[in-house]
Each structure stands twice: as C-alpha cells, then as structure tokens.
Write a protein that binds this ligand. Structure first.
Ligand code: ATP
Ligand code: MG
Length: 436
C-alpha cells in the first residue's frame, strides 16, 4: 500500500518554505504600509456564500468542492476564493458601521477548485488577496492597483503587464448585456456548450471563453466602452488619469471581463509576460464590486474593491525571471559532543546559546568526531563547540571558528561573550534587528 497526495495538490516542502515565508513577509509589510489589516475566515462556508443566484462562472458552476456530512442537511463548500467569505464576515460582524471607512482587509491561505491540473493550475492553491470595503472612489481603485503593482515590483518582477477595463455600473452593464445578446443571437449555435449557458445567464462571460476565443464571431464583438453611461465613463477616465499620475503602466483590454460575476466598474489583471508561464500567465486579478456587500445583507449601494494573487503562480513567475526569494539560513553554532558523559554539559551550553538568540544544533546521533564534524560543516555554522569529558571537568569550552579555521579553549562562563564578540558582522546585525 502506498500513499500519495491527491491529484492537483502539492506539498510545500521545507526547502521551499523559506521562499514562501519571504514572500509572505513582503506581502504583510506592504499591507502594513497601506494600512490593510489581516482577516482569517474559515476554509469552508455555507454553499450559498459562493453559489449566488444567476452566477454563470465556471468556478461556481463546476469547480466547487461541495459536501454534506451524513445525517446533515447543511451544504458546505471549501472556499474557491477569498472575497465572498471576507464580505460575508464584513457584513455579519457589522464592520460597515466603522466610522472610518473603507475597511481594508487582507487574507492569505489555501483555496480549492476542481480544475484540470496543469502547470500553474492546481486544485488546492494559495491566494493572497486584499479587499477594500465601504467606499467608492477612483482613488481607492488606484490605491489597490498601486499596492498590487508595488508588491510585484518590489519582489523584482520585470516582465509585467497591467491590463485594465471597466464593466461600468449596473445600467451600463445592462445596456451592454443586451447589445451582446443581440450580437451573439445569430451565432448561438456556433458557441461552445458553456457559452450557450453564459448567453442566457451572463453574456459578458462569453468574452472570457477560452474555447470560443478564436472563432470568427468573436472578431467584431461590441465593446463595453461604447455602452458606458456618462458617470461610468468619467469614473473610468479618472482611474486611468490617476494611474498615469502615479506612472503605473497599463493597457486597456476591451475583452477583459474577469472570471467572477460580481464585478462592476474597474477590473484588472496583472500578467507575467515570461514565456515559461504558458497559458497560466495571470498572476493577479481583481476589480470593483458594487453588488456584493448588499447581496450579503450590508448597506445598499455600499461598494468594495479587491484583488487576489495566486502565490504558486507568482513563485513560478519569480523563478522564471531567476529571482530567488529565500533559502535555509545557516546555523550560528554547531555543538559537538565528544563523550557521552559530557552530553548534559553540551546540552546546557546549547540551551544557553539559544536563550541568547543564536541558531544552534547539536549532534543527537552519538556520532564519532568525524561524522559530527561533517555535520557541522554541512550546517555552515560559523562556530563548532567541541565538548568532551575534559571540557566538562574543567568547566571550559573548546570553540572552533569554522570560517577562520581557528580554535581556542575558553572558560565556560565566557561562552556567550565570546560568541557575541566573534560572530560575523552580518550575524550581529541580524540579532540587533531582532531585538528592536
Ligand atoms: P484563470 O483564468 O487562470 O482560471 P481565474 O479568473 O479563475 O484565473 P481568479 O479567481 O481571479 O482567477 O483568482 C486570482 C488568481 O488566483 C489568478 O490570477 C491565479 O493567479 C490564481 N489562481 C486561480 N486559479 C488557480 C488555480 N487553479 N491554481 C493556481 N492558481 C490559481
Ligand atoms: Mg479559473
């Protein structure tokens, strides 16, 4: 019997965890700067949090992991995305009553979608996302896009493209929806089965179809921008002008409609142009949603905006550009125990070093000198302590600087002072930073 991870899932192994932690640190730092606070919602919700009336997206219609436990009537769904749960919580906890709107939240964690696994497309994957809830201003739209752009730039990504579009308000969308229905009516039979459903439910989504995208009938599709009312048009113009002011480069993409049905006004994606990304090149995506907060029972007309980035996809994009985020840090000290009788003596020295903030390890296998020395070498520690019966008896420490290849025997109580004084500058800085 062998056990294997389910298809479309992956373990984040210890050697990869350093890159993940480094990415998470950067994301949290930027949220700190932009005054976003963290929210953690459950990984499953009642199914109706995600499955909303008239939603035509693939995610809702065929990718959700939905289950009922035996003897239970409650249908639950493992979250396929973060926004719905966050908005549910925002309303349920009456965060909309905060005198200082917008409420700015970020989240990160695993999402589940039953998709066909491929590079950059998993069944369990991690998203980091932000939601800015409770106001509607082009400045807020641009602030969220600026946050996304700054993060990706700070991580070192070069080959980026920001794609931008507007879906307008409800009225503009209704006009456009009708125009699309009229346009596609004669081509309905040519469309794929999903698009036949989309035609009825939300014809905008036909523009996002990966199956139909090269068909003749897609070439002369009416454009959203010709159906925007004055208000929606001027909102979008302001967003564009502000992006120009901040010198954030973008391209307007008339076909960009996004995967979920709740979007209105500004929608955007950030794409990696690196060819190793293949079809899964969208690293980050988001937009404004006018209807979602009222849908969950929040104040009428209260709007929000947010985006989510795929953390696995972002790491693939970084790797494709040769950017390494984080590696296992070296040890400071490796404690060698040269006689079994001296083990407790060595163990206490190890514990004291840790109490003073040094990253240490000790041989626990009872290996011989050679074996322990090799282990010390592999750990890239700066110091090795060589502790045997003699040291235990004399209350001394034999300490070897593995970088400078020098060795001294010092008094037991001088250990911390010695390491403090002789640790490479880099390490000293490291510890000072931690103390602050
Ligand atoms: P796609 O068009 O690639 O299916 P989507 O429109 O379904 O993306 P969103 O729901 O907007 O994507 O999710 C935001 C981001 O999350 C995506 O841009 C992508 O980076 C990441 N993402 C989405 N689905 C997956 C998946 N199955 N595996 C890995 N990352 C994903
Ligand atoms: Mg998808």
């Amino acid at each position: 019997m062998s056990y294997q991870i389910p298809r479309g899932c992956q373990d984040i192994l210890p050697e990869q965890s350093f890159a993940w932690q480094s990415l998470e640190r950067t994301l949290r730092e930027f949220c700190y700067l932009y005054n976003y606070d963290e929210i953690r919602t459950p990984i499953f919700e009642h199914t109706n949090v995600f499955k909303r009336e008239n939603d035509s997206s693939d995610m809702v219609n065929k990718e959700m992991y939905t289950f009922k436990l035996e003897n239970s009537k409650t249908s639950l769904t493992i979250r396929p995305e973060g926004t719905a749960g966050v908005v549910r919580s925002f309303v349920e906890n009456k965060m909309y009553a905060n005198p200082d709107l917008p409420v700015k939240l970020y989240y990160m964690g695993p999402m589940a979608r039953h998709e066909r696994p491929q590079k950059g497309r998993l069944r369990i994957f991690n998203q980091f996302g932000v939601e800015c809830l409770g106001n509607k201003s082009p400045y807020t739209d641009v602030e969220t896009i600026a946050l996304a752009f700054s993060i990706l730039k700070a991580l070192g990504l070069q080959d980026l493209k920001v794609c931008l579009n507007t879906l307008g308000d409800d009225d503009s969308r209704a006009n456009y929806r009708q125009a699309l229905k009229d346009y596609f009516a004669p081509y309905k039979e040519e469309l794929c089965s999903d698009c036949k459903r989309r035609y009825e439910q939300n014809p905008l989504r036909i523009l996002d179809c990966k199956v139909d995208k090269d068909k003749e009938c897609m070439k002369h599709v009416p454009k959203m921008k010709d159906y925007l009312n004055e208000e929606s048009k001027s909102y979008f113009d302001t967003v564009c002008a502000l992006l120009d002011e901040l010198e954030i480069p973008y391209e307007i993409d008339d076909q960009l409609v996004r995967g979920l049905d709740y979007y209105t006004h500004t929608v955007f994606e950030i794409v990696s142009l690196n060819k190793e990304m293949g079809a899964q090149s969208t690293v980050l995506a988001g937009g404004r949603y006018d209807g979602l907060i009222p849908y969950f029972g929040g104040p009428e007309a209260m709007s929000g905006i947010g985006w989510a980035l795929g953390m696995e996809r972002l790491l693939i994009a970084l790797e494709a550009e040769g950017i390494e985020l984080g590696q296992k840090p070296d040890l400071d000290v490796f404690v060698m125990c040269l006689d079994e009788e001296a083990r407790t003596y060595a163990f206490k020295a190890l514990t004291e070093l840790r109490a003073y903030g040094y990253r240490c390890e000790m041989d626990m296998l009872g290996r011989g000198f050679k074996g322990q020395f090799k282990a010390a070498d592999r750990s890239h520690a700066q110091f090795a302590l060589l502790l045997g019966n003699k040291e235990a008896l004399d209350q001394t420490i034999t300490i070897k600087n593995l970088k400078e290849k020098t060795q001294e025997t010092i008094a037991r109580e001088a250990l911390i002072g010695y390491v403090d004084a002789h640790m490479e500058e880099e390490h000293e800085l490291h510890h000072q930073e931690e103390e602050e």
